[in-house]
Design a protein around this ligand. Structure first.
Ligand SMILES: *[C@@H]1O[C@H](CO)[C@@H](O)[C@H](O)[C@H]1NC(C)=O
Ligand SMILES: *[C@@H]1O[C@H](CO)[C@@H](O)[C@H](O)[C@H]1NC(C)=O
Ligand SMILES: *[C@@H]1O[C@H](CO)[C@@H](O)[C@H](O)[C@H]1NC(C)=O
Ligand SMILES: *[C@@H]1O[C@H](CO)[C@@H](O)[C@H](O)[C@H]1NC(C)=O
Ligand SMILES: *[C@@H]1O[C@H](CO)[C@@H](O)[C@H](O)[C@H]1NC(C)=O
Ligand SMILES: *[C@@H]1O[C@H](CO)[C@@H](O)[C@H](O)[C@H]1NC(C)=O
Length: 302
């Protein structure tokens, strides 16, 4: 029994503010939209469509409160960061370097970086055990379409798989089943093999706070969650994530934003129907999500 309790105590320590922060992606009030445009500061903003980065993303200044989890002071409590708005529209077709346009997807994602350098950050944030904090809220003015699958937070190694993923909506299937699926309106935390570790209804006007603990050596995940100012609670104890590639093959960029998958287009050939990256139905609507509280911490094992 004691063995089962010890890891939880360690994680509690990791979540305290005394723990070293290896990456701080909270958008401080001195971060500007011009910084987003040039990927100066904590985000690389290149995963997007043909328009400028600030066409798809913006910093909300003092117009909206970020997650209260990291606010400082008492009476009044002061926010330390700005909310980040990330949206997609019909122009959100990403063309990867040397690749063909991803007509199947609509996507805008921020990648954790330090002034454009993500590779060196990945080497620091993806060793030993690290804790990934982020908070998500609905953008009520730009609702998602829950008949589609959305991948909104993930760490992506070079093989395109995800060490973990936050998913919303109805998972893409070919052929399409009845839509939307029963839990489409829930935030789902998936492991590398796409098992659902935790599921929380994506209720409105609420910050949904997550902390995902990754042990990169032992290949495990644990999940903490809370709403608004509530303290994070352990919702999924340390669990194996064995299908993650080993060593540097399992390291990759941390993405957050809106990645919308298509629905199968019956008019496409069977081979093209299964090519979700390049084919399928998109309505071309303007949709978005709000983010705050992105920072990663080191978990020191004793
Ligand atoms: C922005 O503000 C943060 C503290 O909120 C400070 O640590 C940082 O140095 C400032 N950055 C610039 C470029 O002034
Ligand atoms: C897009 O960014 C470029 C370079 O920063 C700038 O010259 C241009 O005015 C921007 N366009 C719009 C529509 O904001
Ligand atoms: C969205 O963009 C695609 C690809 O450019 C285009 O074929 C389609 O007509 C557009 N849809 C809308 C609603 O504009
Ligand atoms: C990872 O853990 C090892 C052994 O405890 C330590 O020497 C190393 O500094 C840690 N790496 C980072 C980036 O914290
Ligand atoms: C959501 O997507 C479905 C499938 O393409 C479509 O029938 C429906 O009109 C869309 N809803 C909105 C609000 O765009
Ligand atoms: C599949 O898509 C490609 C590229 O658009 C097109 O050239 C090809 O004709 C399609 N295949 C079929 C069988 O429709």
């Amino acid at each position: 029994m004691l063995l089962a309790i010890v890891p939880i105590l360690l994680v509690s320590l990791a979540l305290s503010t005394a723990t070293p922060i290896v990456y701080d992606g909270r958008a401080r009030f001195n971060l500007t939209n011009a910084d987003l445009e040039s990927s100066t500061g904590p985000f690389l903003t290149v995963v997007k469509g043909s328009e400028n980065a600030t066409h798809y993303s913006s910093l909300l200044g003092h117009t909206m409160a970020p997650t209260p989890l990291w606010s400082e002071g008492l009476l009044p409590i002061q926010p330390t960061e700005q909310v980040i708005s990330i949206t997609i529209d019909n122009s959100s077709i990403f063309i990867p370097g040397g690749g063909s346009p991803q007509f199947g997807f609509r996507r805008t994602e921020f990648i954790a970086a330090v002034n454009g350098d993500h590779d060196d950050l990945n080497l620091v944030m993806e060793v030993n055990t690290t804790v990934f904090h982020f908070s998500i809220q609905k953008d009520e003015k730009r609702p998602l379409n829950y008949s589609h699958e959305y991948q909104v937070v993930f760490i992506e190694p070079n093989d395109g798989s995800h060490v973990f993923e936050i998913q919303l909506g109805s998972p893409f299937t070919d052929p399409s089943g009845p839509l939307p699926v029963a839990d489409a309106h829930s935030l789902k935390v998936l492991d590398h093999a796409l098992n659902t570790l935790f599921n929380a209804p994506f209720i409105s006007d609420t910050w949904h706070n997550f902390a995902v603990v990754i042990d990169w050596s032992d290949k495990t995940l644990a999940v903490w969650y809370s709403r608004n100012a509530d303290l994070l609670q352990l919702v999924k104890e340390t669990t194996p994530n064995p299908t993650t590639p080993t060593g540097s093959d399992g390291q990759g960029d941390f993405h957050f934003g809106v990645l919308k998958l298509p629905l199968v287009n019956p008019e496409d050939s069977p081979a093209n129907q299964s090519d979700v990256v390049h084919f399928g139905i998109q309505e071309g609507t303007i949709e978005g999500l709000l983010y705050s509280g992105c920072s990663w911490k080191v978990l020191f094992m004793v």
